[in-house]
Design a binder for this molecule. Structure first.
Ligand SMILES: [Zn+2]
Length: 54
């Protein structure tokens, strides 16, 4: 899985800019939004560091 900008999400009217991808927390399973310029994000649920998977 390299580039998967558009999975099965309905195309919103504005997808010109970078769309956030989903990063699933390995600890609690919460889905966090991660922007393309980010490589890691702090889980909004438990605070676990979630690293983007290539
Ligand atoms: Zn979490």
């Amino acid at each position: 899985m390299k580039q998967s900008q558009f999975k099965e999400k309905p195309a919103c009217a504005e997808t010109k800019k970078a769309a956030p991808s989903e990063a699933v927390c390995p600890k609690c399973g919460a889905v966090n939004e991660m922007w393309s310029d980010e490589t890691e994000v702090k889980c909004s649920s438990c605070g676990q560091q979630v690293v983007k998977t290539p």
